[in-house]
Design a protein around this ligand. Structure first.
Ligand SMILES: C[S@@+](CC[C@H](N)C(=O)[O-])C[C@H]1O[C@@H](n2cnc3c(N)ncnc32)[C@H](O)[C@@H]1O
Length: 200
């Protein structure tokens, strides 16, 4: 659309590192919308501080849909948390909500709505094969692992998505899917957060 300018910006950087045209929007942005992106950014406190600085006083809004990654540590043994470097890095949905509320309120935003919702994504076989590297890439980033450790975490993450009621993790879930060509469709059960907050 001619009336829209598209810029690409890594939003994990500090205010000083933002590109100059974005910094020029300080206190001039009326709405920040984000769909399934904020969970990629580790330093939530810095991210929210940057968004807060961009928003207009008295009414600047953030509307974001955020993926809550599965709470793998609720299923992993102590030694596994060490092995896969997950300790302190996975959270229950309630903890995810608390973290976002604390960060937003800590930066002076008023949280108008912060709720979790359950989403079901139906993927055809090839779509799932295309999507799995994104799960792996997010896990690599969050846990700083690669190789067989990353394969394990990708497998159990996929397993949580397809078997949300299971009490034990199946690390082979992903390879079993790949081997079983009769599986043409999967249903991913995701938890997502909806965040709406305002700069008062
Ligand atoms: C699941 S996609 C969602 C894309 C799009 N918002 C949509 O709804 O289809 C996640 C997006 O987060 C973006 N992302 C990841 N890390 C980011 C960062 N540090 N700064 C800005 N965007 C980031 C990726 O480029 C990717 O486009």
């Amino acid at each position: 659309m001619d009336s829209i300018e598209y810029w690409t910006q890594d939003m994990s950087v500090s205010w000083d590192e933002l590109c100059p045209p974005l910094k020029a929007l300080e206190a001039r942005v009326s709405l920040i919308v984000s769909n399934y992106a904020l969970h990629w950014i580790d330093d939530k406190s810095q991210l929210v501080a940057v968004m807060h600085r961009l928003l207009t006083e008295q009414g600047g809004l953030i509307v974001a849909r955020i993926l809550a990654m599965p709470h793998l540590n609720a299923f992993l043994m102590d030694a596994q948390m060490t092995e896969y470097n997950t300790r302190g890095k996975t959270f229950s949905t309630e903890q995810h909500l608390d973290i976002w509320r604390t960060v937003c309120e800590g930066k002076g935003l008023e949280v108008k709505l912060l709720v979790k919702s359950d989403a079901k994504w139906v993927y055809g076989r090839q779509d799932m094969i295309d999507f799995c590297p994104i799960i792996a890439s997010l896990s690599r980033k969050v846990f700083g692992i690669s190789g067989p450790k990353l394969e394990f975490i990708t497998g159990v993450t996929y397993d949580r998505y397809i078997r949300p009621d299971a009490h034990r993790l199946n690390p082979n879930a992903w390879t079993q899917f790949l081997d079983n060509h009769s599986i043409q469709k999967v249903v991913l059960n995701l938890h997502e957060l909806l965040l709406i907050c305002i700069k008062p």
